[in-house]
Design a protein around this ligand. Structure first.
Ligand SMILES: NC(=O)c1ccc[n+]([C@@H]2O[C@H](COP(=O)([O-])OP(=O)(O)OC[C@H]3O[C@@H](n4cnc5c(N)ncnc54)[C@H](OP(=O)(O)O)[C@@H]3O)[C@@H](O)[C@H]2O)c1
Length: 159
């Protein structure tokens, strides 16, 4: 499976249940990479989407232990085992922190947007792939900038 995330210099990914920052160019890339593939996410991340609605053009496989949680247009799984039995190999794990932690070991490609900033008030993180010997940088994109925010894309592969 694949995993995709946007991280700051310290691999932080969110605060107060929301993203640290929204970069339009990164959102376009996220859409281009994931459309046509299933996406795997936790209930917390679904809540950050407009109207709390699933993403269009993709199967939305959502983890939640709440048996009453049944959002229209999504498939809900009560545990990892049930999710993994349903998740195809081309799926993208799209967050949040708890789902990244749980499924990183099942992924072999990681699409990471590295934002050249530090957010000291962040409250959740992606595992630092630069400190994980099983992950290697396969590709580093050019330095990009949007509205004064510098960022670049790094693709990691499990060796
Ligand atoms: N920067 C990025 O790329 C990025 C991407 C995505 C999200 N985020 C950020 O990440 C943060 C959210 O992360 P989070 O960890 O709080 O929430 P989350 O992982 O999105 O969702 C957590 C919820 O998922 C369900 N869940 C998780 N593991 C489960 C399991 N093994 N079995 C059954 N259900 C399970 C539970 O739902 P129930 O409570 O319903 O049981 C749990 O409360 C936000 O700040 C968000 O903006 C950042």
């Amino acid at each position: 499976m694949n995993v995709i995330a946007a991280v700051d210099r310290n691999w932080a990914i969110g605060k107060d249940g929301d993203q640290l920052i929204y970069i339009s160019e990164d959102l376009r890339r996220f859409k281009a990479l994931t459309t046509g593939h299933p996406v795997i996410l936790g209930r917390g991340t679904l809540a950050t989407f407009p109207g709390g609605r699933p993403l269009k053009g993709r199967r939305n496989l959502i983890l939640s232990r709440n048996p009453d949680f049944a959002p229209e247009g999504a498939e809900v799984f009560p545990n990892l085992e049930a999710l993994l039995a349903a998740a195809p190999e081309d799926a993208f794990v799209i967050g949040g922190a708890s789902v990244y932690r749980a499924l990183l070991d099942r992924c072999d490609t990681a699409y990471i947007t590295k934002i050249a900033r530090s957010f000291p008030d962040a409250d959740c993180w992606f595992p630092d792939l630069d400190r994980r010997p099983e992950w290697r940088v396969a590709e580093r994109g050019p330095d990009l900038e949007e509205k004064g925010v510098n960022f670049h894309y790094v693709t990691y592969r499990r060796i």
